[in-house]
Design a protein around this ligand. Structure first.
Ligand code: PLP
Length: 388
């Protein structure tokens, strides 16, 4: 199988756009979307039969395939629409267990929506949110561990730690981080929004208390396909964000029905897994990695900036510094994105990490070096004109 321009027509991606942001919302190929449409047709052919007689068993099958893929027991997995919802389900279920003065710990590279959920929960119970200050650029996985160790106090009651960070695209050493919390008896939720499909997962042996992951990012599933994994010992206290008929029925039963909805994204996860596996067998991981590593080296050399991340902390995302190390305001972040999109037709996010402005690239099988050359040219031009 050849990657790059040859394979790109397998996605409905706009031909006029250089798409370097698989990370934000994923991109589903035609093959997976066709499967979702088949499910939707089946649902609408007889909605009552579908919802009441067919859906539960099809969801079970889909979940069983996902469980196999992420190395989990099927009983520990439930479907949610997205990682934000999964994190909300956990944090809001635990609300009454946090006491005034306790600390909910996260990292300075955390995803804002998840951190805001922590702020909301902390505000309701008199707790506070503490950020471990993880540096960026970063040189070594130990820097993450040190930052987290420093931020833990006797008041730390809970932690939310990213598996692959959103603003910086860094793969965190989560096994070692989980061990830090375990030693101290602090439960930890791993935010793996970017992990499924980007890196291999073995949730059964990872040792987390809670894990959320998206299938609509790097596993090619349609939007609205995500999961929550909860260690058996915590399941009885975790409820969905939407309470429905089966309150009190237990973890699987409660999450199994949260009101009428289109569940076809969940039903299409096996199609996403199959698509991913075919690409993987054809060498997608090697292809996207080389693409990413080469691109960030060339862009960094052209811009005269240091590399932000060591290679052993990269998967398919990479964030790199900009000339002059500019401060990031919300306005600057938006403006840089908009200039690249409006003037250069490049879809790539500008990022605020620890208050500085960066650009984050995603490397996917439909990309090739010419996409990154275009970005390099645009950034060199903008930097030369003093517009970054
Ligand atoms: C680390 C992280 N957590 C959570 C999310 C939220 O994902 P979703 O919008 O699917 O809930 C994202 C999205 O990019 C993310 O990067």
């Amino acid at each position: 199988m050849t990657f790059g321009k040859v394979i790109r027509p397998q996605w409905p991606l706009d031909e006029d756009i250089i798409f370097l942001n698989h990370g934000s919302f994923g991109a589903s190929p035609h093959a997976v979307l066709a499967v979702q449409r088949e499910w939707q047709d089946r649902m609408e052919a007889e909605p009552v039969r579908f919802m009441t007689r067919e859906l539960p068993q099809h969801l079970d099958k889909s979940k069983a395939e996902l469980a196999l893929f992420v190395g989990a027991r099927v009983e520990d997995l439930v479907f949610v629409q997205n990682a934000t919802e999964g994190a909300n389900a956990v944090l809001r279920s635990l609300l009454s267990t946090f006491k005034p003065g306790e600390e909910l710990l996260t990292v300075s590279h955390a995803y804002r929506a998840v951190r805001q959920t922590m702020v909301y929960v902390a505000g309701l119970c008199g707790a506070t949110v503490v950020d471990a200050e993880v540096p960026f650029p970063i040189a070594d996985p130990e820097e993450v561990i040190d930052a987290i160790r420093l931020a833990i106090t006797p008041r730390t009651a809970f932690a939310v730690i990213d598996h692959i960070t959103s603003p910086t695209g860094v793969v965190f050493p989560v096994e070692k981080i989980i061990a830090l919390f375990k030693e101290r008896g602090i439960p930890v939720l791993i935010d793996g929004a970017h992990a499924p499909g980007q890196i291999d997962l073995h949730l059964d042996t990872l040792g987390a208390d809670y894990y959320v992951g998206n299938c609509h990012k790097w596993l090619f599933a349609p939007k609205g396909a995500a999961f929550l994994w909860v260690d058996k010992k915590h399941q009885a206290k975790i409820h969905p964000t939407v309470i429905s008929h089966y309150l009190g029925g237990g973890y699987q039963t409660e999450f199994g029905w949260t009101g009428t909805r289109d569940s076809t994204a969940w039903l299409s996860i096996p199609a996403g897994i199959e698509f991913h596996k075919k690409l993987f067998a054809a060498g997608s991981r090697e292809y996207t990695r080389k693409l990413l590593v080469d691109a960030r080296r060339e862009i960094s050399v052209a811009l005269g900036v240091p590399l932000g991340t060591p290679e052993n902390m990269l998967a398919n995302l990479c964030t790199f510094p900009l000339p002059g190390n500019p401060d990031a305001t919300d306005e600057r972040v938006l403006k840089l994105h908009d200039v690249l999109f409006d003037e250069h037709r490049i879809e790539v996010p500008a990022m605020n990490a620890n208050g500085k402005l960066y650009v984050r690239i995603s490397s996917q099988v439909y990309n090739d070096p010419s996409d990154f050359d275009a970005l390099k040219g645009a950034l060199v031009e903008l930097a030369g004109a003093g517009r970054i």
